[in-house]
Design a protein around this ligand. Structure first.
Ligand code: CTP
Length: 350
């Protein structure tokens, strides 16, 4: 903590709430700046005032924080927070440019109500974005230069203006894959149906409603993609006709359904070097059924999950390729996503 930070919140609060020692000066350890710099695998300054970032740009070390930053030669991230006018000040912007040129990761502030009660750009990045960038900094970049297209969420097929057929899907797995693909250096684009999970930060997301819209969006991106992961829960059928007016209640109602296009199968037919990954949710013969889909849809990899993963507290499945299969069990979908993307990176590196 800098002397200025300690005027906002005392170190005792930080020490108590985080359970970690807080360093403020050299009183206990004359070489604290060197020891801390050697110890850290990643260094995040959050929030970073315009004063501190300007000192970093100029190489000034006048407190424990800035001196440690000078002694550190690993991955440095700063998350500026300031009044909008101060942040936009040309001197500050020039200093930020210098830092970026030297490889410092600047986690841009967000729009919101600031400490000065003004509304504008300058609010400290959310905790989710800060942690996401730390993961980005900590990972190697085996997917650098690769374009990864991911679909997720559920598509909807409308019956009338307010009713639809859909699948149960939060989008969490696809969003987790998108996060991890970015950490590994890929350029990521997500095409999402309806989702309830938290969106991954710093990733382009295009929203679609129906299977037909998803097919169009995916085909538009397909040619320029290196890896395509179809994680969406696509509605397999749509009503033969969509009523323009809301259907009135009666004793029975019969809907005639017709098949929607199988997006992944279409991609399998058009494939020219893209690495194609599918998902299969199965209630029986998990590996056998998934393997059949791997072949029928001309895929390079398929992830087979038993239906109980929808409600289970853990995430279990098989990663299947022509070469073989690996079973995996993780506590979270994010961990499964890391396992899957690591394999994708291995199999697409040449
Ligand atoms: N998929 C797709 N288009 C569809 C249906 C499925 O692209 N119309 C994709 C899914 O995103 C998933 C894979 O195909 O990656 C397998 O989906 P799944 O529903 O398990 O298989 P289906 O081929 O629909 O077969 P079934 O429902 O009979 O098991």
């Amino acid at each position: 903590m800098t002397p200025f930070a300690r005027r906002f919140v005392g170190e005792l609060s930080f020490e108590t709430l985080s359970g970690n020692k807080v360093f403020i000066d050299w009183s206990e350890e004359p070489l604290a700046h060197i020891n801390l710099a050697r110890w850290a695998e990643v260094f995040l300054i959050a929030p970073c005032t315009v004063n501190t970032l300007s000192k970093l740009a100029l190489g000034i070390g006048d407190n424990l924080l800035t001196t440690t930053a000078l002694a550190y030669n690993g991955k440095l991230l700063i998350a500026p927070a300031a009044n909008t006018v101060m942040y936009k000040n040309p001197a500050v912007q020039e200093n930020l440019r210098k830092l970026k040129e030297r490889g410092v990761i600047v986690i841009e502030p967000e729009w919101g109500v600031l400490a000065c009660e003004e509304e504008g750009e300058g609010k400290l990045a959310s905790e989710d974005r800060l942690l996401d960038w730390v993961c980005y900094a900590l990972n190697d970049k085996p997917l650098k230069g690769k374009r990864v297209l991911i679909t997720c969420g559920a598509t909807r097929e409308y019956i009338d203006p307010v009713r639809f057929i859909s699948n149960d899907s939060s989008g969490e797995m696809g969003f987790s894959l998108a996060r991890v693909a970015r950490w590994l250096g890929a350029e990521v684009k997500v095409i999402a149906g309806f989702t309830t999970a938290k969106e991954p930060p710093e990733v382009e997301i295009e929203r679609v409603k129906t299977t037909e819209e998803m097919l169009k969006a995916v085909l538009r991106e397909f040619e320029s993609a290196d890896v395509v992961i179809m994680n969406s829960a696509v509605a397999d059928y749509r009503p033969k006709e969509v009523k323009e007016q809301k259907i009135k209640k009666k004793e029975t109602l019969t809907l005639e359904l017709v098949k929607t296009p199988d997006i992944l199968e279409e991609l399998g037919r058009r494939k020219k070097g893209q690495f194609l990954v599918g998902f299969a949710l199965e209630s029986e013969k998990l590996v056998e059924n998934a393997r059949e889909k791997l072949r029928r849809k001309n895929l390079d990899m398929i992830i087979a999950n038993p239906v109980e993963v929808i409600s289970a507290g853990h995430h279990r499945g098989y990663l299947i390729t022509e070469r073989g299969e690996e079973e995996f069990v993780f506590d979270t979908k994010l961990e499964s996503a890391k396992f899957i993307m690591d394999r994708v990176a291995e199999l697409t590196s040449s």
